[in-house]
Write a protein that binds this ligand. Structure first.
Ligand code: ADP
Length: 368
């Protein structure tokens, strides 16, 4: 059990600022995910915690102990990299047993204890039938699970996992997510998990940090990030597909204000618009609406707007329908029972209570 605290951590590679003044507080026993696009600094944060890279500025604490000067081997962390380096001359069994054999005396383990633990862990990860094989005799996904087993077999203070499921096929990955999460909770080991896959992040994380260009854009529980993205980056990154961001203009009319998107008067209620104006925002404003909340109908109805179907992608019970509205494309996630043809005219509605507004200049969510 351990807390991890990062204070204004910065790491530069030449002119590249890989990690930019990152503050993070990771709780005891937490499954904490670092999510962001490729190159956003996730792996570098992990390497800094592990001690494989030295920060240019900032502090790293594991359980209130400043570990900046501490050697990686003395930080009591176990790390799995994307590129897992297994010992080529050893069997899968010996690879997994290695960390225990290294600490055998300290942990007071007999060969039988080690054997039992290796088999238990291998069973959990579905590789117990492969333990006699060398790494070259294993597929990429099998090697990845051996590497994972090797890291998970001991109980360090912190697990640091860098896209540890990336080489598994979709079905196995879903299974392994559940296994990993269960194991983490059972053993209560504080975990920092790196992924660029927001579905993985949302399903596994107790809390997650969204990174962009080395900076933390938001830290929150998955549901909160989905419901209340604090800025345009988070809104556009979380959710599948991401939130629609409609460039709108607030116009003054005799009776008050109206919200115009692609020449359409979007009805979100007078009160919301007045609040936005009172807050000093506008006339340009981004209306955020999740594809999940947009509804489609064949007939024109009050507070619905015309659009043309560009494409409909079947997911299973749901479909993602892309709609052309003037020069903009918006996406709706709808029940797939009704099929939509390319070029079909439809009407879409935006429930006012599901809307978010963002200031296009600061890119921050407008708090109403
Ligand atoms: P992520 O894990 O989010 O994909 P990284 O932490 O690997 O991102 O990289 C962040 C940035 O730092 C990228 O621009 C990357 O090119 C750069 N970077 C990472 N490691 C090195 C290195 N050893 N030398 C030079 N640049 C690096």
């Amino acid at each position: 059990m351990a807390k991890v605290r990062l204070v204004d951590l910065t790491k530069k590679y030449g002119h590249t600022v890989a990690v930019d003044s990152v503050p993070l507080d990771i709780n005891d026993n937490e499954f904490f995910v670092l999510l962001g696009p490729s190159g956003s600094g996730k792996s570098t944060v992990l390497k800094l915690i592990a001690g494989l890279e030295k920060p240019d500025e900032g502090e790293i604490y594991i359980d209130d102990r400043l570990v900046n000067p501490v050697d990686p081997k003395d930080r009591d962390v176990a790390m799995v990299f994307q590129s897992y380096a297994l010992y080529a001359h050893m069997s899968a069994f010996d690879n997994i047993a290695f960390p225990l054999r290294m600490r055998r005396k300290k942990l007071k383990l007999t060969s039988a204890d080690i054997r039992k633990k290796v088999i238990e862990m291998a069973k959990l990860l579905g590789i117990d039938h492969l333990l006699d094989r060398r790494p070259t005799q294993l597929s990429g996904g099998e090697q990845q699970r051996v590497a994972l087993a090797r890291a998970l077999i001991r109980n360090p203070k912190v697990w640091l996992l860098d896209e540890p499921l990336s080489n598994l096929d979709a079905k196995l990955r879903t299974e392994m997510r559940a296994t990993l999460k269960r194991l983490q909770k059972e053993l209560g080991i504080t975990t920092v998990y790196v992924t660029h896959d927001q579905v993985e992040a949302m399903t596994m994380a107790d809390r997650l940090a969204v990174l962009d260009k080395g900076r933390v854009m938001a830290v929150s529980a998955p549901r909160e990030l989905f419901s209340n993205p604090s800025n345009v980056f988070v809104a556009g990154f979380i959710g599948s597909p991401a939130m629609n961001l409609l460039p709108c203009e607030i116009r003054r009319v005799d009776s008050g204000y109206k919200l115009v998107f692609e020449g359409l008067d979007i009805d979100v209620g007078e009160a919301i618009i007045s609040e936005i104006v009172k807050g000093g925002y506008g006339p340009k404003i981004l209306l955020g609406i999740r594809p999940d909340y947009i509804t489609l109908q064949a007939e024109n109805a009050p507070s619905s707007y015309p659009a043309e179907v560009v494409v409909s992608e079947l997911l299973g019970s749901e479909a993602i329908v892309s709609l052309r509205v003037g020069k903009s494309i918006i996406k709706a996630k709808v029940d797939s029972a009704k099929a939509y043809d390319i070029g079909e005219k439809v009407y879409f509605s935006i429930p006012a209570d599901k809307t978010k507004f963002f200031d296009p200049d600061s890119q921050q969510c407008v708090q109403l």
